[in-house]
Design a protein around this ligand. Structure first.
Ligand code: 13P
Length: 255
């Protein structure tokens, strides 16, 4: 089993393009020694992708680039939306799909998530598909069935090669930006169940290859606890990804 750890920064609606370039350059100085062992990705807002892509290319950085959302149609009259080839044109490697903030504030459903997941693969990029339960769902002891359903509906209709490349980020909604986290064991239980669901859908090789990240209040101080768990293959980081030293601390915890 040789899944490469992935530490991805979701910058959400923070940073201008200039601020993003500085963040990438500061980060590079701190994590350059880690690239061989840990995959590092940054996901700026749409407006920062061009500048980020340029600095990554010109400085020859081994940092992957991701967008935070995408429309599934190739093009069309969808004001404000961004199409797959606009992102491949900027050399994006990843697209975050179905973040809980998009589900909550922008009406994403498992169906639109699935449209996007398939379109991201169709364009030759890799989706980071986010799943995770609310506090009410957790307290009702329905986390695993809720998340299983998100995975089954969100990751439907792939071929097994795509399923093997998929990244799923398990982000309990109650842990995002709150400083609260599940125990590493509890996070691992859900990550293992996600892997099993992919296995049931696409077979054992896909289960072995799919990378499952944990996200929600990951910090340099707690990252290693999660990374030590067998079914956690990295992290999707919000707030702590906006400072080069804290993001680098999380990357180093994955070594
Ligand atoms: P925080 O790391 O700020 O809790 O955010 C997690 C997240 O939503 C990443 O996508």
């Amino acid at each position: 089993m040789s899944r490469r750890m992935l530490v991805a920064g979701n910058w959400k609606m923070f940073t201008t393009s200039g601020e993003g370039v500085i963040l990438i350059q500061d980060l590079t100085g701190l994590v350059r020694d880690c690239w061989d062992e840990v995959e590092v990705a940054v996901c700026p807002p749409f407006t920062g992708l061009k500048a980020a892509s340029t600095v990554i290319e010109i400085d020859g950085l081994s940092i992957a680039l991701g967008a935070q959302d995408m429309h599934w149609e190739a093009e069309g009259a969808f004001t404000g939306a961004v199409a797959p080839r606009m992102l491949t044109d900027l050399r994006c490697n990843y697209v975050i799909v179905g973040h809980s903030e998009r589900r909550e504030y922008f009406g994403e459903t498992n169906e639109t998530v699935n449209n996007k997941v398939r379109a991201v693969f169709g364009a030759g990029m890799v989706p980071i598909m986010c799943v995770g339960e609310s506090l009410a769902t957790r307290e009702a002891l329905e986390t695993e069935s809720f998340v299983r359903n998100q995975v089954m509906e969100g990751a439907a209709g792939l071929d097994s090669a795509q399923a093997s490349k998929l990244v799923v980020a398990y982000e309990p909604i109650w842990a995002i930006g709150t400083g609260r986290t599940p125990t590493p064991e509890a996070a691992n239980d859900v990550c293992r169940s996600i892997r099993a669901t992919i296995g049931a859908m696409y077979g054992p090789p896909a289960a072995t290859s799919v990378r499952v990240l944990y996200g929600g209040s990951v910090k340099p101080e707690n990252a290693k606890m999660f990374f030590d768990e067998p079914d956690v293959d990295g992290a999707l980081v919000g707030g702590a990804a906006l400072k080069a030293d804290s993001f680098a601390g999380i990357v180093k915890a994955a070594l």
